[in-house]
Design a protein around this ligand. Structure first.
Ligand code: ZN
Length: 216
């Protein structure tokens, strides 16, 4: 119990610190939020969205799950996306994977992990789809890094092909989808260069991004 009380104490100290630095911050934030970005990232505790991009509360709308997967029947993720695009009018959706991802590792190995294996089937589908690239080396670290990147690219495509994003583009709403990978060892975000801001050249962007990874 003491560790939970500790969290409340830390919260009070943080709120006091923020208020001292920016008087009225919480009152103005409570009135409205207007984030420009939706972050779809991994639930990993080492990848805290706001901190990594140095954004304050109110500046980043966030959805996280294991291995940053976007599934077209996942109404949790779809509801976040729809609210972010239709109501908050975010201008950028960023899918963020990270090297050293336990979910990616688990998807690559053959051992059972329980219920989560059902979720990780989606990542295994990505591995199956890109078996030729992943088969170029036996090195498990290399394979995990490539699958991490390929998974981000596939999830960017999934975001771009949701009815939410398709309809936003159809009505001319400015909206771009991006794929980043975060390095746990250096704290750096890398752009995989798979951004899409309309449905027309989506396949070309995808076709250009995937071979780049295979040549690493
Ligand atoms: Zn992860």
């Amino acid at each position: 119990m003491s560790s939970i009380r500790h969290l409340l104490e830390r919260n009070r100290a943080w709120a006091a610190r923020v208020t001292a630095e920016r008087p009225g911050f919480f009152r103005s934030l409570a009135a409205q939020q207007s984030p420009r970005y939706l972050w779809i990232g991994c639930a990993d505790s080492r990848v805290p969205a706001n901190e990594i991009v140095d954004l304050a509360p109110g500046e980043l709308f966030v959805h996280r799950n294991v291995a940053n997967v976007v599934v077209h029947t996942d109404f949790n993720c779809l509801a976040v996306l729809q609210f972010a695009v239709d109501v908050l009018k975010v201008e950028h959706v960023i899918v963020v994977g990270h090297y050293g991802c336990g979910g990616i590792r688990a998807a690559l190995d053959d051992t059972a992990h329980g219920l989560i294996d059902n979720w990780l089937r989606h990542v295994q589908d990505v591995a199956t789809r890109h078996a030729t690239i992943l088969g170029r080396r036996d090195d498990p670290d290399w394979r995990a890094d490539r699958l991490c990147e390929l998974n981000v690219i596939e999830q960017v495509m999934h975001v771009a092909r949701t009815t939410v994003v398709e309809e936003a583009w159809r009505r001319g709403q400015p909206l771009a989808v991006h794929g980043f990978v975060y390095g746990l060892v250096d704290g750096i975000l890398r752009d995989l260069g798979v951004e899409a801001d309309n449905g027309a050249d989506l396949r070309a962007r995808y076709a250009a991004a995937v071979p780049r990874l295979g040549s690493r």
